[in-house]
Design a protein around this ligand. Structure first.
Ligand code: MG
Ligand code: MG
Length: 260
């Protein structure tokens, strides 16, 4: 069942997603060679609690942490651990919060130190693919328009699209209907209506599209162990434009400061 949100509810979702964006921005300050993914998880946990919210992932389906930390060949759902980030790694951080009963959900893939330009390009393409999908998230399109835009953009550049995991509706629950695949045909799937809130999250591989789930039951990695990138925004359907509720502004602020 798809729940349409009122304007008031969408504003509450914006607050949840704003905090997710700020949490990712806080984590951006810490990402460097030598830090463990568990330390990043502690920082996220404390930051979210200090801001009067609860981590949306902690305990969700039994997930043991506040964020997913997915390094290199891990696509999504990596569990924070004593793994230390190293120069040349990439790390997708997926973060969710619950604030005033509504979920926020957003993910960003960071570089650690100097990264192979080939991998940097994978990240840039995946981020751009997210916005190609968002452009299609408008009233009277169908879910298939979104996946088709992501798939076409990535495959035409030689990357592959993970099939097993998808974006999703979001609201009072982290995962609501409909599923939002990153592949598909235009005009297929649920009709997009005003008030729908969905998380769009391309998971794009440098090598083949095949993935495996590790024995921990969570960690999803590429079968060929080539790198994978993941970017996610929560958006609301509002007529002729998608309203992006989450934000990378806080991340970009930190990353651009590092550059200058
Ligand atoms: Mg997410
Ligand atoms: Mg999600």
């Amino acid at each position: 069942m798809i729940y349409l949100k009122t304007d008031e509810e969408i504003e509450m979702m914006r607050q949840s997603n704003l905090l997710v964006g700020k949490t990712l921005g806080e984590l951006a300050k810490w990402i460097a060679p030598g830090i463990t993914t568990l330390k990043l998880d502690r920082i996220a946990y404390e930051f979210i609690n200090d801001n009067g919210a609860k981590p949306g992932f902690l305990g969700y389906g039994g997930f043991p942490a506040s964020i997913c930390t997915s390094v290199n060949e891990v696509v999504v759902h990596g569990i924070p651990s004593n793994q230390t980030l190293r120069d040349g790694d990439i790390i997708s951080i997926d973060c969710g919060v619950v604030l005033n009963g509504f979920n926020g959900d957003s993910a960003f893939t960071f570089t650690v130190g100097e990264v192979d330009p080939k991998v940097e390009k994978l990240l840039a393409t995946t981020r751009e693919a997210l916005y190609k999908g968002i452009e299609q998230a408008v009233e009277n399109n169908r879910i298939g328009h979104i996946g088709n835009a992501v798939q076409t953009y990535c495959e035409s550049r030689g990357y592959s699209v993970v099939r097993e995991l998808t974006g999703h509706g979001i609201g009072r629950r982290l995962h609501e209907d409909p599923a939002v695949p990153n592949y598909g045909r235009r005009g297929v799937g649920a009709l997009l209506k005003n008030g729908m809130c969905i998380a769009i999250e391309p998971m794009i591989n440098l090598g083949s599209k095949n993935v495996v789930i590790e024995s921990d039951g969570w960690t999803c990695r590429t079968r060929d162990r080539q790198p994978s990138a993941h970017f996610e925004h929560t958006v609301a359907i509002r007529g002729e434009r998608a309203d992006i509720l989450s934000t990378f502004d806080y991340v970009d602020e930190v990353l651009n400061k590092d550059k200058s």
